[in-house]
Design a binder for this molecule. Structure first.
Ligand code: NAD
Length: 484
């Protein structure tokens, strides 16, 4: 059985405790590797190594830090095929998705922030009488914690560590214990990429043990976290007395607003993708489909007809579009969300239960049929709580005002998708919706320079482009007179 290892001070090693945790393949339900069960002792070692490495890394020319990230990206490209298979096995996502999205994006994140740091210049301010110059000295924070979730493992892991390292920080990173494999692979190539020992450390283990130790550590000055809203709230409570800098990317309950004047075929095809990609386990997935009255029946009929024909399959097979959900516990949680919706009076239009892919290898895997539910109002649990699985609800609206009210009737505010051919209406709706991202007539189109994040319970702060580099630096105002 393969045992993955932590990376601490450039050394790959097990946990100080000597304990291991099982890592399960969601498609089969079988244990196939183990990870170190790390705790505060391992985090302390990593912090000590990072403290030692920081003076040299933080003063290295930005071109040299960028070169390390580019060499690392080249390693990802070289091992792309192996990473695709590892990510699919670890997470249950179809190979085709890992190949098209996760691994290319991980490579791109490393390359993007190598380029971004080369263009990240300090500001200067000169008053009208030119008596003084103020300039902003952006310094790396020091040692930062990067904690990532399981849904897009290497994609979100690199989205955090790349800007942190580019800006000159030393990193203590924790991938999800449910999907540790690709981060372990990446950690094996850090030295070859030229990253000095102690600059980049990876701690595997449980959130409540390894994650908690990172969050509590007094020498870790900033936490960049992506995960559930309740974990984010816990981290905010824990770090507040230490005044740590925090970036929180949390849950969503994203509306897709389908107006009657939309491009029907495009809205339909993209809504299916935005609802069920990665088995609905993308924080940006649509989960509340709001449809204008006059289009409701036609859209619903076409949607149900197409979704009912989607086949759940072995993620390891090339043709599979819907794979496994990430764990037994998560499958059971999704099923209980569906049961609660039925008890509340919801009607299942398709799906609603477990799925059995034809490959016998998957007999004990965690599969759910893509599910559509209608007949429930906005205050129902399923329309308020994040399911984070292949489950959507349909609600109808009669005008623009009501569409916006329904869209905003949520504690979350991550992403909204708006379907209409009336561009004025599209802009009005985008401006009125409480969300960090509004996609008009498209979904998941990303430009890494744009600010990424949510409002309300979907998070605090923005990632992406210079926003991320600003987060991972501390600005100092320096002022001097121009005359001696
Ligand atoms: P989670 O909150 O359970 O775990 C996320 C990470 O936090 C894991 O690495 C976990 O080990 C760690 N963790 C757990 N408890 C901790 C603690 N006490 N201290 C420190 N670390 C701790 O989330 P998850 O189930 O892995 O991911 C799914 C959630 O992530 C969903 O809610 C989804 O919407 C959200 N998500 C948000 C975004 C975004 O950009 N807004 C992107 C992807 C996923």
């Amino acid at each position: 059985m393969e045992q993955l290892q932590n990376l601490i001070g450039g050394e790959l090693r097990g946990a100080v405790s000597g304990e291991w945790l099982d890592n399960i393949e969601p498609a089969t339900g079988e244990v196939y590797s183990q990870i170190p069960r790390s705790n505060a002792a391992d985090v302390n070692l990593a912090v000590a190594a990072a403290v030692k490495a920081f003076p040299q890394w933080s003063t290295l020319a930005f071109e040299e830090r960028a070169a390390c990230l580019r060499r690392w990206a080249a390693k990802v490209a070289e091992h792309a095929e192996a990473l695709v298979h590892a990510e699919s096995k670890d997470n249950g996502k179809p190979i085709s998705l890992a190949k098209a999205v996760d691994i290319p994006r991980a490579q791109q994140n490393l390359e993007f922030f190598a380029g971004a740091i080369e263009h990240f210049a300090s500001e200067a301010h000169i008053p009208a009488d030119a008596s003084h110059i103020h300039y902003t000295h952006r310094k790396p924070i020091g040692i930062v914690g990067c904690i990532s979730p399981w849904n897009l493992p290497l994609y979100l892991f690199t989205w955090k560590i790349a800007p942190a390292l580019a800006a000159g920080n030393c990193v203590i990173a924790k991938p999800s214990e449910i999907t540790p494999f690709s981060a372990f692979m990446l950690s094996q190539w850090a030295e070859e990429a030229g990253i000095p020992k102690g600059v980049f450390n990876v701690i595997h283990g449980l959130g409540a043990e390894a994650g908690q130790a990172i969050v509590e550590h007094p020498q870790i000055k900033a936490i960049s976290f992506t995960g559930g809203t309740s974990t984010g709230a816990h981290i905010a409570r824990t770090t507040a007395p230490q005044f740590k800098k925090l970036s929180l990317e949390l849950g969503g309950k994203n509306p897709a607003i389908v107006f009657a004047d939309c491009d029907f075929d495009k809205a339909l095809a993209t809504t299916i993708r935005s609802s069920f990609a990665n088995q609905g386990q993308i924080c940006l997935c649509s989960s509340r489909i709001l449809i204008e009255d006059s289009l409701y029946d036609r859209f619903k009929t076409a949607l149900v007809e197409k979704v009912a024909r989607m086949r759940v399959g072995d993620p390891a097979e090339q043709g599979t579009k819907m794979g496994a959900v990430v764990s037994r516990a998560h499958r059971d949680k999704i099923l209980s969300n569906i049961d609660a919706a039925i008890k509340a009076g919801g009607e299942i239009l398709c799906g609603g239960t477990v799925a059995s892919p034809p490959n016998t290898r998957c007999n004990n895997g965690f599969f759910i049929q893509p599910t559509i539910i209608e007949g429930l109002g906005p205050s129902c649990e399923i329309n308020q709580e994040e399911v984070f699985g292949p489950v959507i609800t349909l609600q109808r609206f009669s005008n623009e005002k009501q569409a916006i009210e329904l869209a905003n009737d949520s504690q979350y505010g991550l992403a909204a998708t708006i379907w209409t051919q009336d561009l004025s209406k599209a802009h009005r709706t985008a401006a009125a919706v409480d969300s960090g991202i509004a996609w008009i007539n498209c979904w998941l189109v990303r430009d890494l320079r744009t600010p990424f994040g949510g409002v309300k319970s979907s998070g605090v702060g923005r990632e992406g482009g210079f926003e991320a580099l600003r987060f991972f630096t501390e600005p100092q105002n320096v002022c001097l007179p121009t005359q001696a």
